[in-house]
Design a protein around this ligand. Structure first.
Ligand code: ADP
Ligand code: MG
Length: 243
């Protein structure tokens, strides 16, 4: 678990006249164990910000702190963050069990027994323990997303980053997985940054909502605050606030 500080972070792609400011001087304090949801139109910098926190992208300016340490110089692995994306990127030729244990085998000194126990308990938590010998192609979209979450849990990360993890699922599965992700996050207490463009997810899942537009932070507050007391016209329009 960890608190996260995003301190005056800017990200520019390219230079000169063609440069794009993907993230524009964003500052945000995220508490240990907090679930923060990021929303905004396509191109508003949500994914870039997540990738910067994860260490997959380097900010042009500003600092990222995780726990009490500035992690600007640390690569993704050292940041101890687990990411879940919309296309779950499971290895098609590996079984579910192998997909979940692969990262542990590569990056920890856990014994085979410890790895098996960890994978089994994560599989039970995600209700995929019957599927450990199957390959991703034999699973439904929802089951695959459960495996992706299971694979994130086994690493016992400090932080979860989820970038539109449910957007490939149908409405019924999305509803089910919303509950599942909230339950998981509650049980594990892992600090979570969650990107979505889904209204229901934005309004129901997080402790706080962060609204972005053109890389700029528009509002940070509880979902209800943002909805009923939007900071500006943009937030009101985007969230569909009553006028
Ligand atoms: P979102 O996830 O909110 O849709 P992104 O973070 O993907 O937004 O993109 C923010 C802006 O940065 C967009 O204008 C996008 O085109 C630009 N951008 C993102 N990644 C790159 C890149 N690797 N090179 C150049 N521009 C990029
Ligand atoms: Mg994105």
């Amino acid at each position: 678990m960890a608190r996260i500080t995003i301190d005056d972070v800017t990200k520019r792609f390219g230079d000169g006249d063609d440069s794009v400011v993907a993230v524009d001087d964003v500052s945000l304090d995220i508490k240990d164990g907090e679930f923060v949801v990021f929303v905004g139109p396509s191109g508003s910098g949500k994914s870039t910000l997540m990738r910067i926190v994860a260490g997959l992208e380097t900010q042009s300016e500003g600092d990222i702190e995780i726990g009490d340490a500035v992690v600007n110089q640390l690569g993704p692995r050292a940041r101890d963050i687990a990411m879940v994306f919309q296309n779950y990127a499971l290895y098609p030729n590996m079984t579910v069990e192998e997909n979940m244990s692969f990262g542990l085998k590569m990056s920890t000194d856990m014994s085979d027994e410890e790895i098996e126990e960890t994978v089994t308990s994560a599989a039970e938590m995600m209700d995929i323990d019957k599927l450990l010998d199957n390959r991703p192609g034999e699973l439904s979209g929802g089951q695959q997303q459960r495996v992706a979450l299971g694979r994130a849990i086994v690493r016992d990360p400090n932080v979860f980053l989820m970038d539109e993890p449910l957007s490939n699922l149908d409405a019924k599965l999305r509803a089910e997985m919303r509950t599942e992700i909230n339950r998981l996050q509650n049980d594990l207490g892992v600090t979570t940054l969650y990107v979505t463009h889904d209204q229901t997810e934005a309004m129901t899942m997080g402790d706080r909502l962060v609204v972005l537009n053109y890389g700029e932070l528009q509002q940070v507050g509880t979902p209800l605050e943002c909805f009923y007391r939007p900071a500006n016209q943009f937030v009101a329009g985007f969230l569909g606030s009553p006028s």
